[in-house]
Design a protein around this ligand. Structure first.
Ligand SMILES: Cc1cc2nc3c(=O)[nH]c(=O)nc-3n(C[C@H](O)[C@H](O)[C@H](O)COP(=O)(O)O)c2cc1C
Length: 233
């Protein structure tokens, strides 16, 4: 199994350690790709729409995105970790999600996403983990990933070393359960397929945001009988 882990922070504290703990639950990891934000993507999306109209490789930040994209595309499991910042994801994590907006099913979803699994881990001192996780989950769902597990946990601390034993034990137990559940092969869920079919109608009716989106759906064969999850069923 290939795994990509993306940390919404450069430092190695609670969210990082939880993410690494999860990775260590698998004994079949062949390739592990790890990214730290903002170090690995130190720029905001500037809204130039070059990704949309010309292609993702024309993004002015493609030099940063390329290795992240390659890792994500070649991985079976994606893990995202983020601290809660003001009830949401860290700004660097939001920046990463913004850069991939053309991967949404309303634009040009990647067929490989329909066969991936993902885990979102978020640590907050007290509250806001649910909304921080939702920030990431919304994007991943629209990328076409069905099987998304979540793990929010209360650190009550700034440093991992200060997280009390009870909280550490609780999060580790949750992560062990998640790891066990991921050992089953993923199945695209009805909700994901239904969303795809709704987006297909918007393409058929030529309500696409741009011609490139329409052409992409046409090339994939999705305006005909092909479906991105078919080769995996
Ligand atoms: C800018 C900033 C905003 C924060 N906002 C929240 C918050 O809304 N809710 C919360 O519970 N903790 C908040 N915290 C605390 C961190 O989320 C908490 O310490 C978390 O465990 C840090 O994770 P990390 O060790 O992976 O960085 C905030 C911390 C910072 C620096």
């Amino acid at each position: 199994m290939n795994v990509t882990i993306i940390h919404g922070q450069n430092h190695q504290e609670s969210s990082y350690h939880a993410g690494r703990f999860l990775v260590n639950q698998f004994n079949d990891v062949e390739e592990l790709h790890e990214f730290f934000l903002p170090d690995d993507l130190p720029v905001f999306c500037i809204g130039c729409y070059r990704c949309m109209h010309e292609g993702e490789e024309y993004c002015p930040h493609y030099q940063y995105l390329k290795p992240i994209t390659q890792a994500i595309e070649s991985s079976d499991l994606l893990i995202f970790t983020t601290p809660v910042y003001c009830f949401h994801v860290s700004a660097p994590m939001k920046t990463l999600l913004d850069h991939y907006f053309t991967w949404w099913d309303s634009h040009r979803p990647k067929a490989t996403m329909y066969n991936k699994q993902a885990v979102i881990i978020s640590s907050g001192a007290g509250a806001g983990m649910k909304s921080a996780i939702q920030d990431i989950k919304t994007s991943l769902s629209h990328w076409g990933i069905s099987n998304i597990k979540i793990c929010g946990f209360r650190s009550q601390a700034i440093h991992w070393s200060d997280v009390n034993q009870k909280n550490k034990h609780n999060v580790q137990q949750k992560l062990i359960k998640i790891a066990n559940s991921l050992k089953q092969p993923p199945h695209p869920q009805i909700k994901t397929k239904a969303m795809f079919m709704i987006m297909r109608v918007t393409q058929l009716k030529k309500w696409s945001a741009c011609q490139k989106d329409y052409d992409y759906w046409q090339e994939q064969g999705w305006l005909g009988k092909k479906r991105p999850w078919k080769s995996y069923e």
